[in-house]
Design a protein around this ligand. Structure first.
Ligand code: ARG
Length: 467
């Protein structure tokens, strides 16, 4: 065997060095080593159970693989481009350890199905990791809602003051987004959790294997149903990346609000020093770099999604080497999403909320105008008419530099004689908030209810360990 390449039999010349480094994936796919080895152990035991190799051979191979796993964990093995990818590296080291017998491991499989198995095992763990972090983040949002339940801030549409809302309601809006992200990941998991090994290169194998045995050993509930599809399917990676992109979009919205709210213009919050950085020139600066990077990093995750979609577009069946390019985007998506969430759950509890400032701003910009219109509807006016009357009243107040509730009863009555002294209690922030009792509304009764449901949801997830 020249150069020790497993496929050297067909070749007269050694591989060009540039080709070797261009085609190698070992520098990034060695990250899969534990999955590759676990998959190989399960495969080897299946081969023995199906009498394709002997029990004795299997136990020697499994022992060798176990040794490689431990050596990799201790960082004792240095892999290089001549080994091309993690599958060939492990096989080569195995042969060094147990001799030619190691060459039996690759019976009834191909690297094409092997890489799919590795990636599915890897992604399964990654999904679990992201879901656990989402669980923590949802818990953090719920804690904030609890702790700051009394805070009212202006709710915005078009970034203009619209109506007052509870900060808890605002936090619970993000809880909902991350709840959907978790649902998406749970769904993605069902399609990831399928065992492809045995599809071999593309057409299946002539050996009497038992794929269900391998599936059971690796805790997969299902086996792939079509070998051509199994070696070319990357849907689960694309779905994961899409879920990650949507999740990062949600994070970027939260990050944007943290940035905006910490400006002097808003002054709603202060982000703790530990999560900010300074300027090299302006001594007064305290910059919200962490949320800015969270907002920015959404971009790279979107980019990875586009990479994967483009990579698989119009790709003929079955395996094509293009598919090797799926790994770096997925690894980076996993790293970006997990590091972002990890930091977010630490940053959020440290945020200081300026309740007084929020309450003052919640009254600015005629945020109670809709309430006044609703009040008039209560006096029998059609809503459209009430809207017009209040519009005129707002204009009057704007000209006279007054808030609605600062007007005298006479002034109110000029616009509609049905307005009475109860208008003053009606136009309080708290009562405006608490009147919005429709399902999913900002009334404290509704928000309490949402928070209780959320508690139940998180407890159920915890109990199932379905995080
Ligand atoms: N390194 C390859 C990948 O990541 C593994 C499969 C290679 N198969 C092949 N026939 N060269 O896709």
């Amino acid at each position: 065997m020249m150069e020790g390449k497993p496929w050297q039999g067909r070749f007269d010349q050694p591989t060009d060095k540039l080709v070797e480094s261009y085609t190698a994936s070992i520098h990034f796919d060695q990250r899969l080593y534990q999955y590759d080895i676990r998959g190989s152990i399960a495969h080897c035991q299946m081969l023995a159970k199906c009498k394709i190799i002997s029990e004795d051979e299997a136990s020697r191979i499994v022992e060798g693989l176990g040794e490689i796993l431990r050596e990799m964990e201790r960082g004792e093995l240095v892999l290089d481009a001549s080994q091309e990818d993690i599958h060939m590296a492990v096989e080569q080291i195995l042969i060094q350890k147990v001799g030619e017998l190691g060459g039996k491991l690759h019976t009834a499989r191909s690297r094409n199905d092997q890489i799919c198995l590795d990636m599915r095992l890897y992604l399964r763990d990654a999904i679990q990791q992201v879901r656990t972090l989402l669980f923590q983040l949802q818990g953090t949002l719920l804690d904030l809602a609890e702790k700051h339940f009394d805070i009212i801030l202006p709710g915005y549409t078009h970034l203009q003051h619209a109506q007052p809302v509870l900060l808890a309601h605002h936090m619970m809006a993000y809880y909902e987004m991350f709840h959907r992200d978790d649902e998406r990941l749970a769904q993605c998991l069902t399609r990831t959790n399928v065992m492809p090994l045995g599809s071999a290169a593309l057409a299946g194998t002539t050996f009497p294997i038992d794929m269900e045995h391998t599936a059971r050993a690796l805790n997969f509930p299902r086996v792939t149903r079509n070998s051509l599809d199994a070696v070319s399917d990357r849907d689960y990676l694309i779905e994961f990346n899409a879920a990650g992109a949507i999740l990062m979009m949600h994070v970027s919205r939260l990050a944007e609000e943290l940035i905006l709210w910490s400006t002097s213009e808003f002054a709603f919050i202060e982000i703790s020093d530990a999560f900010c950085t300074g300027s090299s020139i302006m001594p007064q600066k305290k910059n919200p770099d962490v949320p800015e990077l969270m907002r920015g990093k959404a971009g790279r995750v979107y980019g990875h999604l586009m990479t994967l979609l483009t990579l698989t577009k119009a790709l003929p069946l079955a395996y094509n080497r293009d598919l090797q390019e799926d790994k770096e985007p997925i690894f980076d998506t996993v790293d970006t999403v997990t590091s972002t969430l990890r930091l977010l759950v630490r940053l959020l509890p440290e945020v200081q909320f300026h309740a007084d400032r929020m309450a003052i701003m919640a009254e600015q910009g005629f945020t109670l105008a809709t309430d006044l219109a609703d009040y008039l509807v209560g006096k029998g006016l059609p809503f459209r008419k009430a809207h017009f009357v209040v519009g005129q009243f707002v204009q009057y107040c704007a000209h006279n530099g007054k808030r609605l509730q600062e007007c005298s009863l006479e002034e109110f009555k000029k616009f509609h004689k049905g307005i009475d002294t109860d208008i003053y209690s009606f136009l309080r922030l708290e009562s405006a908030v608490d009147r919005r009792t429709s399902m999913g509304g900002t009334a404290s009764s509704r928000v309490r209810q949402a928070m209780e449901e959320a508690h139940g949801e998180l407890n159920a997830k915890k109990a199932l360990a379905d995080l």
